[in-house]
Design a protein around this ligand. Structure first.
Ligand SMILES: [Ca+2]
Length: 476
């Protein structure tokens, strides 16, 4: 009797009596902040002057990576690498620099992305936020024409957001291939450069309001999640924020909330966006079956004088800042929550790169990684599940804005050049060694260059970097 009753009652969740059906594929939400530093988040830096209660809560509920890196120290190449599972420097167009608001799509539309693979296996996919990978195929994007190819060509069913950084014209909202309102006005950005409320003057939609961008992205992302609560298909939602990148424009409710000026206030507002996404998931009953990732696309734009002014280390103790080849450029917060699967409050020192999201997420969905895609992607699923202390990733390549590369192997880091390769000015001379070699286990702040003292290791790592560069490099 009991067996018969059990089979009847459980008919909805078993394929046949005694054979449990595979668990429903998890939903996936990836929030990628723009220029948020390792030391901004309280869970990473108890001395942070920015209140981040939601990200701290997320870390307490999930796993925090202490050695995770953006593939590049700036926006566009990191976005390319995250979506394709492939280092951006393999693509000639992304060997250095970033795209602009009028750049064409830099992605090969035939290449698999994490979105397209999930789509092919029944996922509904969306990107809501800052795209910054170019739009259209013309040398200069024509915003009077449908914006094709674009996000929906490379793995997303739906896109809503802004074309590039919030300090780059044109200032418009894009939904799929259409503009919400054309940029028929001209916006005059504040005088001065590079910090505070800075944005570049240029074409702007008449109703565009820079301050409203983060709230709008937040509301749209939360609404998307709530709508999915009524849907049976699993979903992948990519939320690349435009904050706390410049312009640092917190809404009134956050002005003065931090001890790190308008940057800190804006970062606190980013934390609230994370909180809004968490609320949308829990209120929709989706939190338990959703992998939620929060990270940043590169280190903070935070100079020594900013550290001095506020007593706040946005990049923690790591050397340098956004754009640099040193750790401050690319070592970023990386938190993953998956209730019932990831042990609460866990911490890992597994080396990780955003390219790894591709392999990790499809692995979590039970999908085999395509053999002709994501060549720089390693799955960390077993680390997340607590089944393994480490994954197959034992090395990583870092990229600065100027195209300088570095190789990480274990606790050794080799940089194939002098200086920062980025925004931090470093005085170098012809007498300096041609490269840099650091032992991060003893010298985490990269102050003692061992290149001259250990030339054999430097040479071996240069050779290994060269081999990695050649492997998987195409002519794109
Ligand atoms: Ca960025």
């Amino acid at each position: 009797m009991k067996t018969a009753l059990g089979c009847t009652v459980l008919a909805l969740i078993v394929t046949s009596c005694g054979a449990p059906e595979r668990a429903a594929p998890p939903n996936m939400v990836v929030i990628m902040a723009d220029d948020m530093g390792y030391g901004d988040v309280g869970a990473y830096n108890p001395d942070s002057r920015v209140p981040t209660p939601y990200m701290d809560r997320l870390a307490a509920d999930g796993m925090r990576f202490t050695d995770a890196h953006s593939p590049s120290a700036v926006c566009t190449p990191t976005r390319y690498a995250l979506l394709t599972g492939r280092y951006a420097w393999r693509l000639r167009a992304l060997e250095r620099g970033v795209t602009q608001g009028y750049s064409p799509l830099v992605m090969d539309t035939t290449r698999a992305t994490v979105g397209s693979v999930l789509q092919a296996h029944g996922y509904t996919t969306a990107a809501i936020g800052k795209w910054h990978l170019g739009l259209g195929s013309l040398e200069r994007t024509d915003y009077g024409q449908p914006l094709y190819p674009g996000p929906r060509t490379v793995g997303f069913d739906y896109f809503y957001g802004i074309p590039a950084s919030l300090d780059m014209p044109p200032y418009v909202w894009v939904e799929n291939e259409s503009l919400e309102e054309p940029p028929t006005s001209h916006g005059d950005g504040p005088v001065g450069c590079c910090t505070g409320p800075f944005w570049r003057s240029g074409p702007m939609a008449p109703s565009f309001d820079h301050t409203e961008v983060l709230p709008i992205i937040t509301r749209r992302a939360a609404a998307y999640i709530r709508a999915r609560g009524q849907d049976q298909a699993p979903f992948f939602l990519y939320i690349p924020l435009a904050a706390p990148h410049t312009p640092w424009l917190p809404i009134d409710a956050y002005v003065g909330i931090s001890g790190a000026g308008e940057y800190g206030d804006f970062t606190a507002q980013v934390d609230a966006t994370v909180g809004a996404v968490m609320s949308a998931l829990s209120e929709s009953g989706l939190a338990d079956n959703t992998i939620l990732v929060v990270t940043s696309d590169n280190g903070a734009y935070w100079r020594p004088e900013d550290i001095e002014s506020f007593g706040h280390r946005a990049n923690h103790g790591w050397r340098g800042m956004k754009a640099d080849i040193h750790e401050g450029g690319h070592r970023v917060p990386f938190i993953v929550r998956w209730p019932g699967h990831i042990a609460p409050g866990s911490v890992t020192d597994q080396l990780a790169v955003h390219t790894d999201l591709f392999a990790t997420l499809v692995d979590a969905a039970g999908i085999a990684l395509p053999t002709d895609a994501a060549e720089d992607s390693f799955s960390h699923l077993q680390v997340l599940l607590g089944n393994a202390a480490s994954s197959a990733r034992t090395h990583a390549v870092h990229q600065s804005i100027q195209g300088m590369l570095a190789l990480r192997q274990g606790h050794w880091k080799y940089i194939e050049g002098k200086g920062s390769g980025g925004f931090t000015r470093v005085d170098t001379s012809a007498a300096d060694p041609p490269g840099q070699l650091y032992d991060l286990s003893r010298d985490p702040t990269e102050t003692n260059n061992l290149y001259a003292a250990d030339p054999d290791r430097a040479y071996a790592m240069q050779s290994a970097l060269e081999a990695l560069r050649k492997a998987g490099r195409s002519r794109e």
